[in-house]
Design a protein around this ligand. Structure first.
Ligand SMILES: [Mg+2]
Ligand SMILES: [Zn+2]
Length: 273
């Protein structure tokens, strides 16, 4: 293991849209979704919409077919493959649901890269209807976080748990990637040795930009899959070399910047002692 934990949001980070919206829109239920959204939390509405789809004859196979053609930037899968090959511990923290995420990751052949998927539960019940249930059962008790987290999930609490589960001797460094308002809370939990990668001009970017000093972690923005790959591999390679070589970090940065992201891996590995 590299000593680096990379935590990915899913929607608009790994895939290039919101998987909930993608399914609703592609199956033609956008108007109903928009009508009901002011009346209940998003996650509860998704469960209700799945009931609606089921009652109108949409099958699980129909939903799976739609998920299989979800848009993804062409550099994302190569980037994830490289991160995995470099020995990083890869995890997902997402407010989508397990059924959508597993269906997509299995289809893309990258499911086994991830050691953990933290998300809302999603399963097919005995009637063949998809049920989507909150990660945090807010009907029992609130999670109590006020950092713009939806009632069903505080991603900051999940990051706390992951940090606590890793022994302090390992001194793992976290890299967190996300786009949404729900990714702001975890960005506040990162330590000064960690890195936050907000998607530029998306809600988490706007929130961080209001007062970047609230974050202890170093901030590195990205705008699309290509830049995500470049920035993420640069951070990982720099930190692998910080740990393993006698060079100072500015030397390393210069060396890594001199090669393009797609060629970086073998060259960077070759200068490790
Ligand atoms: Mg997202
Ligand atoms: Zn929170």
């Amino acid at each position: 293991m590299s000593g680096i934990v990379v935590v990915f949001d899913f929607d608009k980070t790994i895939v290039d849209c919101d998987s909930d919206n993608w399914v609703i829109d592609e199956l033609g239920f956008t108007d109903l979704f928009n009508d009901l959204l002011p009346t209940m939390p998003w996650n509860s509405l998704m469960d209700k919409m799945m009931m609606e789809l089921h009652s109108q004859g949409i099958t699980i196979e129909d939903i799976v077919k739609v998920l299989h053609r979800i848009p993804i930037h062409p550099r994302i899968i190569p980037a994830l493959k490289t991160v995995h090959a470099l020995g990083c511990d890869m995890r997902i923290v997402s407010d989508a649901n397990l059924f959508f995420i597993e269906t997509i990751l299995n289809h893309l052949g990258i499911m086994e890269y991830f050691s953990e998927i933290n998300t809302n539960s999603g399963y097919v019940n005995e009637e063949g209807r998809l049920r989507i249930m909150p990660y945090h059962d807010f009907n029992k008790a609130s999670h109590g976080c006020n950092n713009l987290c939806p009632p069903n999930m505080c991603k900051g609490m999940i990051i706390d748990r992951i940090q606590d589960s890793i022994s302090t001797e390992d001194a793992k460094r976290f890299i967190y990637l996300g786009d949404g308002a729900g990714d702001y809370c975890p960005s506040l939990r990162l330590k000064d040795r960690d890195f936050m990668m907000p998607r530029k001009n998306f809600p988490v970017w706007d929130l961080i930009s209001k007062d970047p000093l609230l974050l202890k972690a170093e901030i590195h923005g990205w705008s699309d899959g290509e830049e995500l790959e470049q920035v993420l591999l640069h951070l990982i390679n720099t930190n692998l070399m910080d740990k393993n070589s006698q060079f100072n970090s500015s030397d390393c940065k210069l060396q890594i910047l001199s090669v393009s992201a797609s060629e970086a891996l073998p060259k960077v590995l070759s200068v490790r002692p």
